[in-house]
Ligand binder design. Structure first.
Ligand code: NAD
Length: 492
């Protein structure tokens, strides 16, 4: 069995007391690796190293930092297939999607490496003669990076790549369910020639290892992706220390299908968005808002499609939908299905933990479609994070917009319509950070800002140039070459 180690100051080290836990394949139950459980002291040591290294790393010219990131991108490309297979084994998503997850990391490496020769600031006129004004981007310090398990390569790359190319150092605590992919990424940093101490990896629980990142005053930034519950705790705990905090949290994303929609296209988009990654994407579609004129047809055609989805190990070509992340998740999803039934929704297809044949070895949930869901039901409001889709009937476009916006989250929305006026009204009125027209709710590209409104986060965005604003601090610089005292706002 693989024995993973922390990576601190360029060395692979055991956690204090050599405490360990297991990393399991959710499709088969097989143990993949033994994983360190870091103590508070281990994490404090990693922070100490990152804090010291920052003073050297911030002075390395950004194009040189970027050269390392270009090498990281090339190594990711070379290992794409191997990494994708490891990902499927570790967290279950089907191989096709695991390849996409690694590809996001490759795209992000080349995009962010380009920032090594940009990271644009600006010059601007000064109000006094013989005076020069400019705004520069400064690195900030140690970034504490805390990630979930559902995009075990993409999300760590969205955070670590901009952090380091812009001159920050990192302590990275990945999700307990996906340590292997985190280790593979850090191995690539090492092979690409990243100096010791720039990226440090600590495995362990959120409540023990993660907590230290929130509390330690030497950590200046917290970049967190995960659930709302933990996100609120992160915000308050790290907020006490006045850290800069980026929160990417849950979603309750909806696709609206209007009476003029291309239904074949809509059904493809809905199935892909609701059941891809077993419904465990933050952008997964979990509400389907359908115009009353096409509601029955859409329900019946979807039921036929959903009923045919094949559950199984994501490494098998015959599998459409892989396992959920663990047995606890399957149980939680099943509780929500029970809540939906009790609330009076109609279970059209699916429902229940799947235990036939080999499925019994893993954690599988039957792709599930509910109809007759009302917007005020819990299954229409709360994030389920599994393969469960709830259909809500609306009379018209305006009601669709209102229902879309009636939840506490605002990550991704989609609309299927052929009417250009409705498209532009949807662009104006849908409350979400991502909006898709005639496509499902998933499929973000890395050079655009990524994140959500309302309860999905705290207003920051990842990816694209928006990431630069989180990982740098603006410094306004005034150079007075008049040789006299010139007082802004006073001397004319
Ligand atoms: P989670 O909140 O349980 O865990 C996320 C990370 O936080 C893990 O690394 C965990 O160990 C750590 N953590 C837990 N308690 C902590 C504490 N007290 N202090 C510091 N760190 C702590 O989330 P999860 O189950 O891994 O991921 C699923 C959630 O992530 C879903 O809600 C999903 O919507 C969300 N998500 C959001 C986005 C987005 O960009 N908006 C993307 C992917 C996933």
């Amino acid at each position: 069995m693989l024995e993973l180690r922390n990576y601190i100051d360029g060395k692979w080290v055991d956690a204090e007391g050599n405490r360990r836990t297991e990393d399991r394949n959710p499709a088969t139950g097989e143990v993949i690796a033994s994983v360190p459980v870091s103590s508070k002291k281990d994490v404090a040591h990693a922070i100490d190293v990152a804090h010291r290294t920052f003073q050297q790393w911030r002075k390395v010219p950004a194009p040189k930092r970027a050269e390392i990131l270009f090498r990281v991108g090339t190594l990711l490309q070379e290992r794409k297939e191997d990494l994708a297979r490891k990902m499927t084994r570790e967290m279950g998503k089907v191989l096709l999607e695991a390849r996409g997850d690694v590809q996001e990391g490759i795209d992000m490496a080349f995009y962010m490496a380009g920032e090594g020769r940009r990271a644009f600031g600006y010059t601007t006129p000064a109000e006094l003669p013989n005076k020069f004004a400019m705004a520069l981007r400064d690195p900030i310090g140690v970034a504490g990076i805390i990630t979930p398990w559902n995009f075990p390569m993409a999300i760590p790359t969205w955070k670590t790549f901009p952090a380091i190319v812009l001159g920050n150092t990192v302590v990275f605590k990945p999700a307990s369910d996906t340590p292997l992919l985190a280790l593979e990424l850090v191995k690539i940093f090492e092979e690409a020639g990243l100096p010791p101490g720039v990226v440090n990896l600590v495995f362990g629980s959120g409540s023990e290892a993660g907590e230290v990142l929130l509390e330690d005053p030497r950590v200046s930034l917290i970049s967190f992706t995960g659930s709302n519950e933990v996100g609120r705790h992160v915000a308050s705990r790290a907020g006490e220390g006045l850290k800069r905090i980026s929160l990417e949290l849950g979603g309750k994303n909806a696709i609206s299908v209007m009476d003029d929609a291309d239904l074949d296209l809509a059904i493809d988009g809905i199935v892909w968005s609701a059941f891809g990654t077993t419904g465990q994407r933050c952008t997964a579609c979990s509400r389907l808002i359908a115009h009353e004129a096409i509601y029955d047809e859409l329900r019946d055609r979807l039921a036929a499609r959903v009923g045919k989805l094949r559950l199984g190990d994501g490494l098998l070509e015959t599998t459409d939908v892989g396992p959920v992340i663990n047995a606890g998740a399957a149980k939680r999803i099943d509780e929500y299905v029970g809540i939906g039934r009790a609330e009076g929704a109609t279970l059209v297809v699916g429902g229940g933990i799947a235990t036939d044949g080999d499925l019994a070895k893993g954690s599988f949930y039957r792709p599930t479609l509910f109809a007759d869901v009302r917007p005020d039901m819990r299954i229409a409001k709360e994030e389920i994070f599994g393969p469960v889709l709830s259909m809500i009937k609306v009379r018209d476009f305006d009601e669709a917009i209102a229902v879309n916006n009636s939840v506490a989250y605002g990550l991704s929305s989609a609309i299927f319509t052929q009417d250009v006026n409705r498209v532009f009204r949807a662009m104006r009125d849908l409350e979400s950070g991502l909006l898709y027209v005639n496509a499902g709710t998933i499929g973000a590209e890395i050079h655009l800002p990524f994140g959500g409104t309302k309860g999905t986060g705290n207003g920051h965005r990842e990816a694209g140039t928006a990431a630069l604003d989180f990982f740098t601090e603006w410094k306004a610089v005034y150079v007075d070459y008049s040789g006299t005292l010139q007082r802004a706002q006073i001397d004319s």
